[in-house]
Design a protein around this ligand. Structure first.
Ligand code: SAM
Length: 164
């Protein structure tokens, strides 16, 4: 059951520790058709609607080479999430589970991840499919999907023989 910021029966809120500043910076912004959490898909689909990932300067230059990949991992900050529910009730049925056994957007550090299909690049903008976040969600990072990425640097001790 999709949630906004309510606390449900059996859920447990905690007093989060004082934030330590990890120095996270939003490097871009995600444009999607969804303006309400109640309408967002719970997980993105590769046949979902076109979405836009805009990179802010100076990180737009970091898109160089990205067209070589059909699939990307996108990390984003679920900025409207509450962060204090250690036990949650996804079904809102009186039972609750620990946050780390769920992919709920409500997390101590609300980072969302999706594997998206890259359709094309338009300057500092990527057009992708496979997202599940609100319009205006801040972007944290982008990487080639690990299943199609081969390290560019020479192998090193600890790599699997087939490459890691
Ligand atoms: N695919 C990501 C993952 O697995 O890490 C996110 C999954 S999470 C279940 C997706 C849900 O988060 C959406 O259905 C919506 O209810 C909620 N959501 C999307 N964007 C959000 C945002 N910017 N702030 C808070 N909640 C958001």
């Amino acid at each position: 059951m999709v949630r906004e910021n309510e606390i449900r029966r059996a859920e447990v809120a905690v007093a989060p520790p004082v934030a330590e500043d990890a120095g996270l910076a939003f490097i871009g912004c995600i444009g999607t058709p969804w303006t309400s959490r109640l309408l967002c898909p719970r997980q993105g689909r590769l046949d979902g609607p076109d979405c836009r990932i805009e990179l802010f300067a100076p990180w737009d230059e970091g898109l160089d080479g990205i067209e070589a990949y059909e699939r990307l991992e996108v990390l984003y900050w679920l900025h409207e999430s509450r962060r204090d529910l250690v036990r949650q009730s996804p079904r809102n049925d009186g039972s609750a589970r620990g946050v780390f056994s769920l992919r709920s957007p409500v997390r101590p550090n609300p980072i969302g991840t999706s594997v998206v299909g890259l359709l094309r690049r338009e300057g500092n903008m990527l057009i992708v499919r496979g997202l599940d976040c609100l319009d205006g969600t801040p972007l944290l990072d982008l990487k080639p999907d690990r299943t199609s990425f081969t390290p560019l640097a020479p192998p090193q001790p600890g790599d699997f023989e087939t490459g890691a």
